[in-house]
Design a protein around this ligand. Sequence first.
Ligand code: F0G
Length: 424
Amino acid sequence: MTSATVLRCESCGNTYGDDLPNATCPNCDGLLLAEHAPPAIRGEELRSLFDSRRASGAAKHSGAASVAPAHERSGVWRFRELVLHAADDAIISHPEGNTPLIARPAISAYAGVDSLIVKHEGHNPTGSFKDRGMTVALTQARRVNARAVACASTGNTSASLSAYAAQAGIPSFVFVPAGQISAGKLAQTIAYGARVLPIDGDFDDCLRLAREASTLGIYLVNSVNPFRLEGQKTIVFELLQQLGWQPPDWIALPAGNLGNTSAFGKALREARALGLIDRVPRLLAVQAAGAAPFAKAFAEGFVTRHRVRAETRATAIRIGDPASWDRAITAIRETEGHVVAVSDEEIFAAKAVIDHAGVGCEPASAASIAGVRKLAASGEIGRNERVAAVLTGHLLKDPGAPTESQLPAPLSYGAAMDILRRAT
Ligand code: F0G
């Protein structure tokens, strides 16, 4: 029997079935891409199928008497024909996805476009978009009987891995750059039960180590794992569905290791090929200026692969040697996309606007809005174009140390009342 999903190596071209116990090519360690047998239906029929699942998942969710299984309520598994053909009882799901679209005049005005919506992936179970990839990666880990799972992380992947591995009952290990992970993300990772190995090095060192660990038979669930990308594609599918399958002109996202940029490109390619949409939005990948090898390469026409020693206060995207380089180039080329770098000052200015609008996000996420603002100012994005920007992580992921410097010294009852009287 041929399997419904084939894994194809992007370097040597070898193909494997979807029961492969390795996350990368066993022949050359190249990156694998999942290719699914196309669904029997397409276009309007496929849209209707996905829309009916969304409606029934929501309906069952609201009825206390009959709560549907998690995978039926998941914003990832709703698109299962395009994600992974797994038996229902094999699926490890929280559920995840179903994240909101939010429009705020203050954020659009700051970005400099009339029509801007944000898709807030911080509303996922562990507070970042990583849960969409992790539900698929851990489902796959269980399908291939992995005895342990591992990842390198700037914090969000590790928190997500730890939670989903706990649910799957598989031991998990994470490599993090020592002293460079926000307290919130580290707390989550430890609390859910992963074994944390702080490494004297940066994220890129950690990823090299994680790839080496996979030679010990530990299943690697970084975004080099093809199933992570399959799950993360659903950010785009769900966004398109929420917009009534009317694509925006641009989709902006922060970019670090380039897994998400690659996943977005693959999602748009498939959505177009299956007739879910009739035109492809342009991708805007935004890097922090101190960690911007991809933006530099874009400006030069992608002739050179750059590696840098990364430095930015947006620690989630503090990555100097992105793993999904080639597939992200494909994503940018196929969508006539753009890559831009923004300074930490621009990131934190955008974050302040997002926060004060009552939406909030972690620093790396604000890069997407800072990037839109930059391209709107240069005229690359027209004021009338419709822009969707992805906020990748929750405000509480990395609140910094806001409180002490922003609060007055402890107040007496009378002094607090005085402040209120003067302020109102
Ligand atoms: N935004 C946030 C909040 C992230 O945590 C990450 C990546 C990105 C954007 C960039 O996505 O790597 O696919 O280009 N965080 C990874 C981690 C590296 O370990 O949590 P990317």
